[in-house]
Design a protein around this ligand. Structure first.
Ligand code: CP
Length: 314
């Protein structure tokens, strides 16, 4: 199977390895567009794409908007603070009204896990998940995998350690689904209180010891401590977390491989989960992840758009 037939991108859990590979391969062919002096191709000319973010975002929102514009689509951002949701309109009614204006795709970030699936079932436009609660952030994981493949030449057989607040992380979940499907060995590392129950069912190795997560890793993906989602004190203090789990150059030099790749989805808490000498150091590919995000999102917009057009023609 080498064909994309989904009108939506909701998560990596439901994708096959072949579908993930197809997105990465398509992203590879779009990456060059952003290096041109005229950064535009006519692929989605005439399409309208709506960005609807109920949570703050810098990278994902900008990257999706640039991806859509570079494909020549018309884009529209809806500010939740000035939308009729503030008057009590339901999300479903809001979406039905946007659908009635004949848009082609809606990119949505929302704090409720799984909200995308409910909407996608009843909507004509493509729904693209830009992060739903603690559930999934598929395009972040896709750009992470694209970056790994670009730097290491492969994903199969690599040791990837994901370090940080796993419990609250949609990035961790999407990365685990994607990396496992493409054959990586995944280790997760966090204090016990930041490890979700039954995570071992996802086929990952688990450790609470940072030195073990660093040893032998080809890639480490450091996750943000999500202060806004910490309802109870899940670890004694930020200072203690930084001492035990903060990744510094000194720790990398002591435990990690010489060619380890350091990734972080952003935004970073400098001095907590990642030290500035790592964030800005030679192991870091953090800004390359951001660059690759545009190509990956161009690929996703192109593929879902094609599939939705084919579905409507039948
Ligand atoms: N990685 C990520 O989702 O960043 P933003 O919250 O800035 O979109």
């Amino acid at each position: 199977m080498n064909e994309w037939t989904r009108k939506d991108l909701l998560g990596l859990e439901e994708l096959s390895a072949q579908e993930i590979e197809l997105i990465l391969q398509t992203a590879g062919s779009f990456k060059e567009v952003s290096t041109r002096s005229v950064k535009k191709v006519p692929t989605l000319r005439g399409k309208t794409i709506v960005l609807f973010f109920f949570e703050p975002s810098t990278r994902t929102r900008t990257s999706f908007e640039l991806a859509a514009k570079r494909l020549s689509a018309d884009t529209l951002s809806i500010a939740t603070s000035t939308s009729a949701i503030q008057k009590g309109e339901t999300l479903k009614d809001t979406f039905k009204n946007i659908e009635a204006m004949k848009v082609d795709a809606i990119i949505l970030r929302h704090s409720s896990s799984g909200v995308m699936h409910t909407l996608a079932e009843s909507m004509g436009p493509s729904i693209i998940n830009a992060g739903d609660g603690c559930h999934e952030h598929p395009t972040q994981a896709l750009l992470d995998m694209f970056t790994i493949k670009e730097k290491k030449g492969k994903i199969k057989g690599l040791n990837v350690s994901i370090i940080g607040d796993i419990t609250h992380s949609r990035v961790a979940r999407s990365n685990i689904w994607g990396l496992k499907k493409l054959g990586a060995n995944v280790t997760i590392c966090a204090p016990r209180t930041l490890l979700p129950r039954e995570i071992e069912k996802m086929g990952v190795n688990i450790t609470t010891d940072l030195s073990k997560a660093l040893k032998g890793a080809d890639v480490i993906n450091i996750l943000r401590i999500q202060k806004e989602r910490q309802k109870a004190g899940l670890f004694p203090s930020m200072r203690e977390y930084a001492i035990q789990y903060g990744v510094s150059k000194e720790k990398l030099e002591k435990y990690a491989k010489k060619d380890v790749l350091v990734m972080h989805p952003g935004p970073m808490n400098r001095g907590i989960e990642i030290m500035p000498d790592v964030a800005d150091g030679t192991y870091s590919v953090i800004l390359e992840q951001v660059t690759n995000g545009i190509a990956v999102r161009m690929a996703v917009l192109y593929l879902v758009s094609q599939a939705n057009s084919d579905e409507q023609e039948q």
